[in-house]
Ligand binder design. Structure first.
Ligand code: CP3
Length: 350
């Protein structure tokens, strides 16, 4: 390594080294809890326009970095831009979340296609290019995508859900149709992430937010196998770019993700005790663990918040670790709590 090159803490942790204090970033670190985000959001016609306007997307990506000592910026976009670029109609309804044109049969699948993927996602790549130029030296730029199962779940359900029954039933009743949808999404996610790397992303995260509704057999087929394929293809194309996977809610099946996917990082949700993960998930050659503070801790008193953060630091101390939440920052979060947390982490948790 040349003497002028400072290694970025987040990339050091993803290369399997323990970094002290551990690097920190927060899922959904840009968003409605910040008044400056709400101000920019008000300038866009809707949320998708914010995602597809590089000037605005760059600005909101950088906002949390101006306030807090974070080690990474995550591209501001949304996982649902991939289904959108495949031709699914998508709207974000104020206060209710996403609405998509549901896919439940072959005709619905036939309406989707990857022909215009890169054209429609061009503004996202432009955002990545501009961010890479704008970020300070020690900050890592993270690109991301939704995992095929989670994207298929939104596409089949047509909206968010607590249960995602429609996709779970379709996957069993017509696994050929569901498999064709998951294959299309898998190939599209690979091309989308690869293009983000070419544009300047230095690490990638795959969000499988709804993996936790599946039993092991279904999880292997719809989450584990696509993740393995995505990681293997990207590692072959871009060996220098580490990948984090976030299979939310999978409990003891995390072991499969730690051993069979081949990703450098594993992001833990709030339900997994960090001490268990540090002891059980892979030993010295296992993935770097990311997580996993309860986002609700940021809504409570500061002393409890810092106590919980400290417990996670101690539990993960034996392993390469990236401090994060177990899920995204909530809109109700007081920004001063995020300031207190990140200040505490940078002081070494003392
Ligand atoms: O700061 C960051 O983390 C980067 C940006 C980012 C957003 N969404 C912005 C966003 C990222 C990485 C995502 C990922 C995402 N989007 C996931 C996976 C992570 C998770 O939370 O499990 C999922 C499932 C989605 C789908 C999605 N997008 C939903 C269900 C919603 C509506 C719910 C809500 O919080 O409003 C969104 C909208 C969304 N994505 C917002 C933001 C900042 C809020 C939109 C607004 O400003 O009104």
């Amino acid at each position: 390594m040349g003497s002028s090159v400072i290694e970025k803490p987040l990339l050091a942790a993803l290369s399997g080294r323990r970094v002290s204090p551990p690097p920190v970033w927060l899922m959904r670190q840009a968003g409605r809890y910040l008044p400056e985000y709400r101000a920019v959001r008000a300038r866009a016609r809707d949320f998708l326009e914010l995602c597809y306007t590089p000037d605005l997307a760059v600005e909101v990506t950088l906002q949390p970095l101006r306030r807090f000592p974070l080690d990474a910026a995550i591209l501001f976009s949304d996982i649902l831009v991939v289904p959108h670029a495949l031709g699914a109609e998508l709207r974000f309804v104020e206060g209710e979340g996403p609405r998509l044109e549901p896919v439940f049969d072959r005709a619905g699948l036939a309406r989707l296609g990857a022909e215009r993927l890169h054209e429609r996602l061009g503004p996202v790549y432009e955002t990545v290019r501009r961010l890479r130029r704008a970020l300070p030296d020690r900050v890592t730029l993270i690109g991301f995508a939704g995992a095929p199962w989670t994207l298929a779940a939104y596409l089949v359900e047509g909206r968010g859900s607590k249960e995602f029954l429609r996709p779970r039933v379709l996957a069993r009743r017509d696994s050929a149709l569901f498999g064709a949808l998951v294959d299309l999404l898998t190939e599209s996610v690979i091309e989308f992430l690869s293009a983000q790397v070419v544009a300047g992303a230095e690490a990638l995260q795959l969000f499988d937010s709804w993996a936790g509704v599946l039993p092991e057999s279904e999880l292997r087929r719809w989450c584990l196998e696509p993740a393995r394929r995505i990681v293997a293809t990207l590692r072959a194309r871009h060996p220098e770019v580490p990948i984090l996977v976030f299979p939310r809610g999978v409990g003891a099946c995390l072991r499969l993700f730690a051993t069979e996917v081949g990703a450098q990082g594993l992001s833990l949700d709030t339900g997994v005790p960090m001490a268990w993960a540090a002891a059980e998930l892979g030993g010295p050659s296992g993935p770097t663990l990311q997580g996993n503070l309860d986002p609700v801790a940021l809504l409570g008193p500061e002393d409890r918040l810092l106590e919980e953060a400290r417990a996670i630091l101690l539990a993960a101390a034996s392993r390469p670790h990236i401090f994060n939440l177990g899920h995204g920052v909530l809109p109700e979060t007081p920004p001063e709590r995020v300031a207190a947390l990140t200040r505490y982490l940078k002081s070494g948790g003392e």
